[in-house]
Design a protein. Structure first.
Length: 177
């Protein structure tokens, strides 16, 4: 994430907090980010310097004017006017980071051979929440090369309970002796 994205995303969060719109803008920034992901040509169009800024701003009003919170629409206009629309994803990441801090939420990523069952996921969430003292937002990935077990990354810490990780640990101990 660039310093520009950090600055703009943080400013948007501060404005949302001041206006009591943190939850609403959290949902809307994510939804708009998904729209931009699914329609990269639209994002390119909004950043096209050969199209007058006034036309690009008009396109934003037409597409989002009545559907999104006015502060978010104005934020997109500002990024467009300043040629910074490519920073929007980073702004969203900073907004989400600030949201998580203020709401005592930690991000965790779990990697397993197969998708976790509901019971396994619930048990893992309970354990991670107890360990961290925070509410956990869990992202799941699968990787058949793990053979078995789980690899969890939580707040920059790697908890490796995979067969592959344990075999690697045994191998290192054998080489040390």
């Amino acid at each position: 994430m660039t310093n520009t994205a950090r600055l703009y995303g943080s400013s948007l969060y501060d404005l949302a907090a001041e206006e009591g719109l943190v939850e609403e803008l959290m949902e809307e920034t994510s939804a708009l980010r998904q729209i931009f992901r699914e329609n990269p040509d639209y994002l390119s169009l909004l950043g096209e310097p050969s199209i007058a800024k006034s036309e690009r701003i008009s396109l934003i009003d037409t597409a989002f004017g009545g559907q999104l919170q006015k502060y978010l629409v104005n934020f997109i206009k500002l990024l467009t006017e300043r040629g910074l629309l490519q920073e929007y994803a980073g702004c969203c990441e900073e907004y989400a980071r600030r949201y998580d801090i203020d709401h005592n939420i930690a991000q965790a990523e779990v990697t397993s051979v197969l998708p976790l069952s509901k019971e396994q996921k619930d048990a893992l969430l309970a354990k991670l929440e107890k360990m961290s003292g925070k509410k956990i937002r869990l992202t799941e990935k699968t990787d058949p090369s793990l053979l078995g077990g789980l690899r969890v990354e939580l707040e920059g810490k790697l908890l490796d309970g995979t067969v592959q990780g344990r075999l690697g640990g045994i191998s290192r101990k054998i080489k040390e002796n």
